[in-house]
Ligand binder design. Structure first.
Ligand code: BGC
Length: 755
């Protein structure tokens, strides 16, 4: 018995005499008092133990099955920290999880409540697996839709990304899990990632207005306990060793008191990175283990900073309640539930975007008895429910509902099927049916950017031949990002289904047959062709010898507006089975602590079906502000019965009006006096209501930061001076975007499953 007790104690499972040895457990002392009480008891070795991952679990229960692990320190009742991917559900090759829709689809709902429900499932399943840090959400802006990971984030707009990021972060943490939003910062491509050749050369204002706001929001509003820094170099300095980004802005200006973890194998240096503000290396100890201990001895790294790193980790651990809550879940546990699948289905249906619906070809009548031809293997075994890379979730075998199965379940019509391999036979199948549904898919993922925006030529040919054979052709796009559609005007309908997760078939049937009115809106612009995009020049994308972000603020719709380009489908666009109208705009000064002006408008459902609409508010800055023509500053998703009208209200505070003032001695937010424009409507290019208001005084919300110091790159220098060759240095040359998604070697080298 004694032996078992000792063993359990070592494993940190037994709460024996926790109160005696660990007075901070269950204590109502102030947080800071508890944190310092623990730090005071820690040996230097224990402190170092906390600041890096461990590839092998000495207790042998968990093993390297999580993406990252910091084993418990039972002596001090410090719980184990298990880090688990990611933004789409429990990943890292674990089974028994719910495969949620891709975040780009969640973004298309424009619905904070959906992000909350989504985050709740994430938090519950990470907890169920016995892990306690969720590597989620991804807040990277889609600067170019070819970015391999564009499906993992919330699109091209910082405001939309911020609102959904905050909702999701709060929901994850409400489950007692530490959220780790990522990838901080300016991480927009896979090509050459984690090498100095992928250097985002970006000006201070653009950084603060486009790339940083979602991170600021999840810290200041969402209370995120942790942040993951990215593989990017930003203005010559690795993001995980970037004093300006980590120390001045994140911890200084935004007051972040949690911990920063480096993306996996992204730690650029030892003391150099720690001194710059990085708190934790993952998943190994190559830079933050013995090399950092040596730096401490040699006075290149201070014990006070080590204490700060550890305090930050302990603070978030306390705040999540992890000292008190004994987690019993194991990595092998089944954590998916019917309720979680219901969330996956409802989000998936709400986030599909109807792009074209000529002569109301959709919705199909579920009780109709005609013939529907389903064309393309992407309707069956080649359906793509999730993107590739670290976010990939393995759905439970049998849980994936293919489009064919979902449609079959939903309708009384006769279904015919052709796998699309031979366009001639597909055309014949389509011709013999009343309606043809063509499913096409395009896989993308981490490690590799797309080279074009086109579908596979075979899919384009398939669409062309089917629509020629049957004018009632609807194309379902199963892609992670924007694609071009040279065939658009020939088809009757297009539904953007994204990567919808395991409930794909149910959700797509819900929309096709009208059980759910499509109300998704694009979170990114779909260009007519590559040449319309801001990043068409190879200097900007993928960027040579420093990717020039010289389009500056003109990212996404901001570019198309500025250049007066008509894209294929604008940001915020999406059709519906009913019709909506906005009217009666009122712009009223409010001048309270949080609000400077309020904007109200009526939204009416003037069609014959119930449905949701997303009302969008865009702001135009005074002439001479240097801002693009308009920026999204508010949105509301409203559910309306046929004939119903509701009034929506947006409050704009000082920060909503402000732009980043990068001039010397400023380096802060400032709203300049002048006339501001407000436009309200249902897409960035359908804004029938407009008004103005005048700001008479300068407003300066928030605190200033210093300008970014001109620093030489820290990483190579420090790595050399530490005399260590870490896996990162070996792996980085492989992770250059030149590799295909399959057979990618480094993940296998790292002992992680290849999705
Ligand atoms: C990705 C992160 C992920 C981490 C752990 C990295 O490759 O960039 O997003 O959380 O691996 O799996």
């Amino acid at each position: 018995v004694a032996l078992v007790a000792v063993a359990l104690l070592i494993l940190g499972i037994l709460p024996v005499s926790r109160a005696a040895t660990c007075p901070w457990v269950g204590s109502s002392d102030p947080l800071e008092a508890k944190v310092s009480a623990v730090v005071d008891q820690m040996t230097t070795a224990e402190k170092f133990h906390m600041v890096h991952g461990s590839l092998t679990d000495p207790a042998g229960i968990v093993g390297p099955v999580y993406a990252g692990l910091i084993p418990a320190i039972p002596r001090l009742c410090i719980p184990q920290l298990g880090f688990l991917d990611g933004p789409v559900g429990v990943g890292d090759g674990l089974t028994g999880a719910t495969q949620l829709p891709a975040p780009v689809l969640l973004a298309s709902t424009w619905d904070e409540a959906a992000a909350t429900a989504f985050g709740d499932v994430l938090g519950a399943e990470v907890d169920g697996k016995g892990a306690n840090v969720a590597l989620s959400p991804a807040l990277d802006i889609v600067r170019d839709p070819r970015a391999g990971r564009s499906f993992e984030g919330f699109g091209e707009d910082p405001h939309l990304t911020s609102r959904l990021g905050v909702a999701q972060t709060k929901a994850i943490q409400a489950r007692g899990i530490i959220a780790q939003p990522k990838h901080y910062a300016v991480y927009n491509q896979e090509t050459l990632r984690d090498t100095a050749a992928d250097d985002a050369v970006v000006d201070e204002r653009t950084m603060h207005e486009i790339y940083l706001p979602p991170f600021e929001a999840v810290v200041t509003e969402g209370g995120a306990g942790s942040i993951m820094c990215s593989y990017s170099y930003v203005n010559g300095v690795h993001a995980c060793g970037h004093p300006y980004l980590l120390t001045q802005v994140l911890k200084g200006q935004w007051g972040f008191d949690g911990f920063v973890t480096a993306d996996w194998y992204a730690t650029p240096a030892s003391a150099g990175a720690a001194n710059a503000g990085l708190d934790m290396q993952m998943p190994d100890d190559c830079y933050f283990g013995p090399a950092l201990e040596e730096a401490l001895v040699e006075n290149r790294f201070a014990e006070a900073r080590l204490d700060d790193m550890v305090s930050r980790i302990l603070r978030s651990t306390f705040e999540a309640g992890l000292f008190e809550r004994v987690q019993t879940g194991l990595p092998s546990d089944v954590v998916t539930t019917a309720a979680h699948a219901t969330v996956a289905r409802s989000v998936a249906a709400q986030g599909m975007v109807l792009l074209r619906n000529e002569e109301d070809v959709l919705p199909l009548d579920a009780s109709w008895t005609g013939t529907i031809a389903i064309i393309g293997a992407a309707a069956k075994e080649r359906a793509i429910t999730g993107g590739g890379g670290s976010s990939a979730v393995l759905p439970v075998p049998g849980s994936v509902v293919t489009p064919y199965a979902g449609i079959d379940e939903a309708t009384t019509a006769t279904l015919t099927y052709d796998d699309g391999a031979n366009p001639v036979s597909s055309a014949l199948t389509a011709q013999a049916a009343d309606v043809a549904l063509v499913f096409v898919a395009l896989k993308q993922g981490e490690f590799k950017d797309r080279l074009t925006l086109e579908l596979f030529p075979t899919d384009t040919a398939l669409i062309e031949s089917v629509t020629l054979a049957n004018p009632n052709t609807v194309v379902v796009l199963n892609t992670g990002s924007a694609v071009t559609m040279p065939w658009l005007h020939k088809v009757a309908g297009v539904l953007q289904a994204w990567y919808p997760g395991q409930e794909y078939g149910h959700a797509v049937a819900d929309v096709l047959f009208g059980a759910v009115n499509p109300s998704g809106k694009l979170p990114m612009t779909f260009p007519k062709q590559l040449t319309q995009m801001p990043t068409v020049s190879p200097l900007r994308w993928p960027g040579v010898a420093g990717s020039q972000y010289s389009e500056a603020l003109a990212v996404g719709y901001r570019w198309y507006d500025e250049k007066e380009i008509t894209p294929l489908f604008p940001f915020g666009f999406g059709l519906s089975y009913t019709r909506f109208m906005v009217s009666n705009l009122a712009v009223t000064p409010t001048v309270t602590a949080d609000s400077f002006v309020s904007v109200e408008a009526d939204v009416s459902n003037i069609g014959s079906r119930s449905g949701s609409e997303i009302v969008q508010l865009y702001l135009s800055h005074p002439a001479g502000s240097g801002e693009p023509p308009k920026t999204l500053r508010g949105f509301r998703r409203v559910m309306l019965e046929a004939g119903q009208t509701v009034r929506v209200r947006f409050d704009l505070g000082a920060r909503d009006l402000a732009t980043w003032d990068a001039s010397p001695l400023a380096h802060r937010w400032k709203a300049a006096p002048g006339i501001y424009g407000v436009r309200v409507g249902t897409s960035s290019r359908d804004l029938p209501l407009s008004g103005t208001f005048r700001l008479t005084n300068t407003l300066t919300p928030g605190v200033a930061t210093l300008s970014a110091p001109e620093l030489p790159p820290v990483s190579p220098v420090d790595a050399i001076s530490d005399g260590v060759m870490c896996p990162k240095d070996v792996i980085a040359p492989f992770v250059n975007g030149a590799l295909s998604l399959t057979g990618f070697p480094p993940l296998e080298v790292l002992g992680r499953p290849v999705p």
